[in-house]
Design a protein around this ligand. Structure first.
Ligand code: DQQ
Length: 458
């Protein structure tokens, strides 16, 4: 495994013996606090990644900056200076999350939330100073910011995180901003000809009562019959796309998504399934504020998210940093058109060293096999199990529809007919400390259901 980050400070931190938790696969800044991914993009063949960063310490601070890193391959990163810092009346109390749009003609705009001098959330525009700079280092905040002011009826803390914009057939750009009113989650829809003057649509793109603030909405098309990516401005269902609306539910700290049909003429999105706390999630681990982008070079949609860890503040202070990004994943619609599928991007191969293989082992109930030759803390594992007599699998309790509940109701210590089987990672010699990553197979309505769970209680 090699270190994906290339700056000197990063290498020093990674090598330091007191930094056993620095990762080799996941993006991390050299130091201090990081949260949401912002404005990821591939521009002129170079990947740009911005993120919420507190450059002054390892804990969250409202006066967030946009840090910026660049990479030829999403693996090896060079860390640049901050792209946005809170300096102006329209963002003096923080430069919060936002998104990039690459316009026809290769122009670039960035929209982000500013916490203004009165602590109100407003939406700001910034453009690149010099389009010929391959590092995209200098950004100019629009003098007329904010370009979208807080709607009158909305609480000043509940209006943020503009999406990547898309161009509809009427020639107007559209964007969403996350919000809430009286616990109804809202994706406000705006349109504009010029990115400076924005008009709110008569009704939001979607509202769902009882879901609280929607953070970091992401809205993008997926092909019905291909695993390739689609540019965000391919909006018409007649082109063979469905749409995905992802929202982060602040009250639950989880990313949910809906698959549905977007009608640019009617300005509405009709999800196939209503959002509830048991519907589709992008990930069941520590994964929040995800943002996707269309990679035109490799024709794929890539998604990254903030992995917030479970460390205490004291741990973060001792480490000098907090937060990872999930390894970038390609994302597409499953053949059944009912859910998204994801897989680590192929560049993960660049990080593979020291292959250890362990084959043809029979797992008797309760048996343990130690895998020699790797350290326990970081490994990319491909695993396959063969199971016999699956027809004997237990019936799944029909009331259990949420995979997370299936896992918590059947923790690693509970024996079933087919499961738990899997891996014990990060295990101490006497196994008093361990993280079980395990599978169970059930039957439900004449089909098989496989759940993958992890148990971090030990
Ligand atoms: N983080 C940002 C907000 C966003 C939240 C502030 C989600 O813009 O809503 O750092 O983690």
């Amino acid at each position: 495994m090699s270190n994906p980050n290339s700056t000197t400070s990063e290498s020093l931190l990674a090598a330091a013996p007191e930094q056993p938790y620095r990762t080799a696969f996941h993006f991390q800044p050299p130091q201090n606090w990081m949260n949401d991914p912002n404005g990821p993009m591939c521009y002129n063949g170079v990947y740009h990644f911005f993120y919420q960063h507190n450059p002054f310490g390892p804990l969250f601070n409202k006066r967030m900056h946009w840090a910026h890193s660049v990479s030829p391959d999403l693996i090896n990163w060079t860390h640049l200076h901050s792209a946005f810092t809170p300096t102006d009346p329209f963002d003096i109390n923080g430069c919060w999350s936002g998104s990039a749009t690459i316009l026809p003609g290769n122009k670039l705009v960035m929209l982000y939330t500013g916490i203004d001098s009165e602590n109100r959330q407003v939406q700001n525009l910034a453009v690149l100073k010099d389009l010929s700079d391959p590092y995209l280092k200098e950004w100019v905040k629009h003098a007329g910011n904010p370009v979208i002011d807080l709607p009158e009826e909305i609480n000043p803390d509940d209006f943020r995180d503009p999406t990547t914009t898309w161009l509809a057939e009427d020639g107007k750009w559209r964007l969403l901003v996350g919000s809430q009113k009286d616990k109804t989650g809202i994706a406000f829809l705006y349109h504009s000809d010029d990115f400076v003057n924005w008009t709110q649509s008569d009704s939001p793109l979607l509202t769902v009562p009882g879901t609280g603030v929607w953070e970091c909405p992401d809205f993008f098309p997926v092909w019905i019959d291909s695993t390739k990516g689609v540019d965000t401005s391919v909006v018409n269902p007649s082109n063979g796309v469905k749409h995905v609306l992802k929202v982060g539910l602040q009250d639950h700290f989880k990313d949910y998504y809906m698959i549905g049909t977007y009608s640019p003429e009617k300005e509405h999105f009709v999800p196939e399934e209503e959002l509830t706390l048991s519907t589709l999630r992008l990930d069941y681990g520590m994964y929040y504020a995800s943002k996707s982008f269309y990679d035109s070079v490799k024709n794929r949609r890539i998604i990254m998210a903030w992995v917030h860890e479970s460390d205490s503040e004291a741990d973060a202070i001792a480490k000098g940093w907090s937060g990872l990004q999930s390894f970038p994943r390609s994302l597409w619609l499953d053949e059944n058109q009912k859910q998204l599928l994801q897989w680590p991007i192929e560049e993960i191969e660049m990080l593979h060293e020291n292959e250890v293989s362990f084959r043809d082992k029979k797992l008797e109930g309760g048996s343990l096999h130690e895998i020699q030759g790797i350290t326990a803390s970081q490994a990319d594992v491909t695993i396959s199990f063969k199971l016999a007599n699956l027809e004997e699998a237990e019936e799944l309790d029909p009331s259990l529809v949420d995979p997370q509940l299936i896992c918590t109701e059947n923790d690693a210590s509970k024996k079933g007919k087919f499961g738990p089987f899997g891996l014990l990672a990060l295990a101490s010699n006497d196994l008093t400390e361990q993280t079980a990553i395990f599978f169970r197979v059930f039957r439900k309505n004449g089909r098989y259901v496989v759940v993958m769970c992890s148990d971090q209680s030990r």
